[in-house]
Write a protein that binds this ligand. Sequence first.
Ligand code: APR
Length: 240
Amino acid sequence: MGSLGRRKKIVVFSGAGMSAESGLKTFRDSDGLWENYNVMEVATPEAWEANPEMVLEFYNKRREQVIDAQPNEAHIAIAKLEDKFEVEVITQNIDNLHERAGSSKVAHLHGELLKSRSTAPPYDVFDISGSELNMGDVCPRGFQLRPHVVWFGEAVPMLEVAQEIVATADIFIVVGTSLNVYPAASLVYCATDSAKKYLIDPKDVKVGQIKRLRVIKEKAGKGVSSLVEELMAEDRDIVF
Ligand code: APR
């Protein structure tokens, strides 16, 4: 009689700190992106209307860095969890390092840097070949392409789906996010009381009362890999 059990489900919720050790800047650390750029000039629909070239240049520079970056040991450790668990990654990051490390289920709440989108409905999405997206790059219907990124003030289309995914977690791992930006940050309250939760960040992150939360005050590289080692060593990975 086959076991009626299922593999334990792990949901990972990552932010910019996940990719910091791959050399990609976070947003709110010292010397972060928002220290060097005015978010209102490069990451809002108004910025796109006023100066699309500046917006495209901002993302072209970040795209070049992502293409040159490598997944770090934290990305690789999370991909390894799939050997033993059912894993879904929900990331605020627009880089593709989780995928390049081997994670097979990655949802990008804030879009994807390596994709473009038509500026006219039905807003078709395309892969960007190379590192540049420029004025004059148009979709097959002739409309200008924009970065497939969620700007401040725009809706987060994947939010409801992401909330449902977090609610299915037996184990919920939050890594590398200051939990400053809503609605994404609300995900941290969507796991069930019975789920085991981990928050990995070298700094203190303000978070409300959460049951069964263990804070691991480490960088992702060290914190995630040691947690993954612990989870992989646990004998019970089937839930009956
Ligand atoms: N390992 C783990 N965490 C780290 C590391 C590291 N090596 N270095 C920094 N961090 C932590 C910081 O302590 C901080 O808590 O990563 C977090 C980065 O926070 P933010 O810079 O605010 O990035 P994030 O939370 O992902 O921002 C959310 O804001 O600007 C928008 O759309 C953008 O998706 C982004 C959203």
